[in-house]
Write a protein that binds this ligand. Sequence first.
Ligand SMILES: NC(=O)c1ccc[n+]([C@@H]2O[C@H](COP(=O)([O-])OP(=O)(O)OC[C@H]3O[C@@H](n4cnc5c(N)ncnc54)[C@H](O)[C@@H]3O)[C@@H](O)[C@H]2O)c1
Ligand SMILES: O=C(O)C(=O)C[C@@H](O)[C@H](O)[C@H](O)COP(=O)(O)O
Ligand SMILES: [Zn+2]
Length: 367
Amino acid sequence: MTIDPVKQADLRVALGERSYDIAIGPGLLSRPDAYAGAIHGRRVLIVTNDTVGPLYQQTVADALAAAHDVDVLALPDGEAHKTLGTLNLIFDRLLEGNYGRDACIVALGGGVIGDIAGFAAASYQRGIDFVQLPTTLLAQVDSSVGGKTGVNHALGKNMIGAFHQPTRVLIDVDVLETLPPREFAAGMAEVIKYGLIRDSDFFDWLEANMEAINAREPALLIEIIRRSCANKAEVVVADERETGQRALLNLGHTFGHALEAELGYGTWLHGEAVAAGMCMAADTARRIGWLDGAQVERIERVIAAAHLPTAPPAELESTRIRALMARDKKVKAGELRLVLMHDIGAAVVTGAHGEALDATLNHYFGH
Ligand SMILES: NC(=O)c1ccc[n+]([C@@H]2O[C@H](COP(=O)([O-])OP(=O)(O)OC[C@H]3O[C@@H](n4cnc5c(N)ncnc54)[C@H](O)[C@@H]3O)[C@@H](O)[C@H]2O)c1
Ligand SMILES: O=C(O)C(=O)C[C@@H](O)[C@H](O)[C@H](O)COP(=O)(O)O
Ligand SMILES: [Zn+2]
């Protein structure tokens, strides 16, 4: 495809035969050439939800119509619907419509749609192609890249899923115009995460530009998406299946996933829970002497400037959060592992440092 060098940026996730391009720019959803080479068969099922579908499904269907037979499935909206039951609605449609292995799923929506539709693609007839059309900031900077797909269980986030890479990621920045402010802020949590785990220059830049980012200045949006995707792609290329450094992308998530499950999925947005979780991780790192108080305050200040929470709800019970954390996917040989920062821009995966962790949980929850 032709890329306008001024307004669009291109990245490649180099994973051998599973390699794919990430295109970033305005107006991409409506461009037939943007999809060329990513969809191999004739039949396409656009999987979206009842909020995003009415806004963008026609644009996508029109762009695909000349080369493909297109159908649309709109799922119920919300994290509470990221379940096996909702996944089954996709299988019902694929089977009732006699879709074969050469079919392609086009995931049009935020991270919830990308994760469910991606898991459907990973498992339908043992795996079909899928394309990611992320429509939230969070999905554009994180969930559409890297191939983690799946659904939640009452006892834990993303507990049922598969690694399955898309054949392309098309990031149309125009769709952010309709994204509600709370959802935009949630996406910023994952953006800040890249700065904290491996890119201190980016963290400095975010700190200096937060006001303009919150105002959604287009050039800045493209820059935060490009830099976030570049960071994510580098980590994924180095460790596709999270045997090592990919776990760094989980900063704040051991805490955050427990908060999401305990509060009831959808009560706090994923990005909000991750934001509070990153502050909790910073608190633990301070207690073991890795961060100093000034660094923790700086992290909290940047997270607050993005209109995100810097602490979990105090009324939760630390024992229940601890029990949920114990089910985290990073647990090895029964031992909880955490992602903690040695410095801003330098995180590691480490044993849980039980005493410091207990102190953190007691600090935030009080009981
Ligand atoms: N696979 C991964 O690597 C990965 C990474 C990060 C997060 N996630 C998952 O992503 C999910 C969170 O994703 P999310 O924050 O995108 O939430 P989401 O998918 O629930 O979308 C947020 C809300 O915004 C609406 N929306 C989406 N695009 C819109 C637009 N352009 N205009 C108006 N409204 C729009 C949605 O309908 C929804 O109501 C969580 O389940 C999380 O676990 C996965
Ligand atoms: O891509 C990854 O790897 C991540 O960890 C990105 C996270 O932001 C994302 O929330 C992911 O879904 C968490 O994965 P999980 O394995 O902890 O469920
Ligand atoms: Zn996340």
